[in-house]
Ligand binder design. Sequence first.
Ligand code: SF4
Ligand code: SF4
Ligand code: SF4
Length: 592
Amino acid sequence: MKESKLSVKIDGKSYQVEPGLAILDACRNVGIDIPTLCYLKGLSKEAACSICLVEVTGAKALMRSCVTPINNGMEIYTNTERVRNARRINLELLLAGHPKECLSCDRSETCELRKIAFDMGIREVRFPKTSKTEFPIDKTSVSIIRDPNKCILCGRCVSVCSSIQSVQAIDFSGRGKASKVTTFFDQGLASSVCVNCGQCLLVCPTGALTEQNETEEVWKALFDPDKFVVVEVAPAVRAAIGEEFAMPAGSLVTAKLAQALRKLGFSKVFDTQFSADLTIMEEGYELISRIKNKGVLPMITSCSPGWIKFAEHFFPGILPHISTCKSPQQMFGAIAKTYYAKKYNIDPRKIIVVSIMPCTAKKFEAKRPEMKDAFKYWQKDLNLKKEDEFYDVDYVLTTREAARMIREAGINFSNLNGEDFDEPLGISTGAAVIFGATGGVMEAAIRTVHEVLTGKELEKLEFNALRGLDGIKVCEVDIQGLKLKVAVANGLSNARKLLKDVGDNKSPYAFIEIMTCPGGCLGGGGQPFSADGEAKPKRMETIYQEDRNKPLRKSHQNPAVNALYKEFLDKPLGEKSHHLLHTHYSRRQEPL
Ligand code: SF4
Ligand code: SF4
Ligand code: SF4
């Protein structure tokens, strides 16, 4: 039976509120905001910052509203002199031990600590600078930098890493002045089980967690007349980068983005969606081959590099289930430095591939030692030595870093008219766009696999059961009597639920899509810090809209991909594909 609503008074006004809520949630539900630094809806509550204090009639002490349940008849005051003074003292104590490097801090624009201090009218800190332990900055990871000196011990990162991602790479350690968030045995992030997803970074209210910034290297390449710098843009970037320019969440800015990148000076502006279509060709044929030849099933997608590292650490026994296809980012790099270089007679050593991704783990993926297949391809012909080695993808920028470069160049992004991507590596279908949303790779693969197996056109392209933000989605696809059970998981704690059965050989599915981040790439750790909690569904709808707008919506219809097979690769899963587009995975250090 549903419990009846509670009658409460907040700031002198009567309200009916849902039972079972904390005071903070109840207040926010009726439109009264209370400042917080550590609270994050839906996650475990650390109650660490003590900024959300309120006065409750009858209670001697002020209450932390994030953890105090609301009760019938309660009288709450959110903005009294006592509340305001206590909040300010707590905040000033936090600030006394804080580096205050706002001018040069990566989070300067989006820092919640800076904003809250400003909003609460803090113009000076009355306490002397506390002699906090000076911690070394952890720059070991190619994806993420940790600066424990800017950490306010709010615990959000620890919660996300453990409950959303089930990775537990970080936790609290030390006491008093030496308290910090760190990895096991204080090893650098690079030596830990961290999968580089950046979900911790997205929720961090300060500059304690930031991405490894590669914009300087990209500027240097752009200004080097001897380099031919091409850029590829992931699908989810176009549905989110507008937010960096004060446009509403979900603004579709594909054409503006292509134009802005051309203005930055890239020699060619290409699209990762081209290689997403290519991925579907290779992955689709791999699935068909596994089904026909009784290969290892379920096959699991391989586009999300955080998921790959997660499997290498936590589920090494299921690695043969993972598709050998490289991700679209890596396929693009390998093709740009072989096929494209050859077709347009460009020295592959001069080509610099920059990718713009919604993802911090993509930085890690690009630097995997095996991702040098274009170098291997040219080694003999160009007599390349070990010291000439180059990666397939040179630099990876997050959506946020790309936006920073556009701002730095003084480009008025929202006023741009828009331009097309360059051909041929800028041509894509609707199937490639939906890679940006959880369920999209699966849907794109089904569109192609169905037609290849049946030779008939698929009438309904949308698979609604695979859409939306649920953590796990399942569906049965009927391909002329062949019933394929498929599943989609986003967020690694959801993936874990499916993987146990795979490891025990009990999985009922033939094909599983796993995306590291909640929502898929549109919720990636490199995306804009979303002030609007509704950003994800809006970004998702934009991605599906872009799919509907495309004249071609199936990967096997992409004329540029078909030309690539005709002119260079020969056929999906062929010899050249094997060397350039496929990879392998290895067991990593066991979790401690
Ligand atoms: S974390 Fe925030 S308050 Fe601290 S230096 Fe950076 S911008 Fe300033
Ligand atoms: S990047 Fe992901 S795995 Fe690594 S610490 Fe952050 S949340 Fe955990
Ligand atoms: S690193 Fe950021 S999210 Fe983690 S505890 Fe420190 S301030 Fe909070």
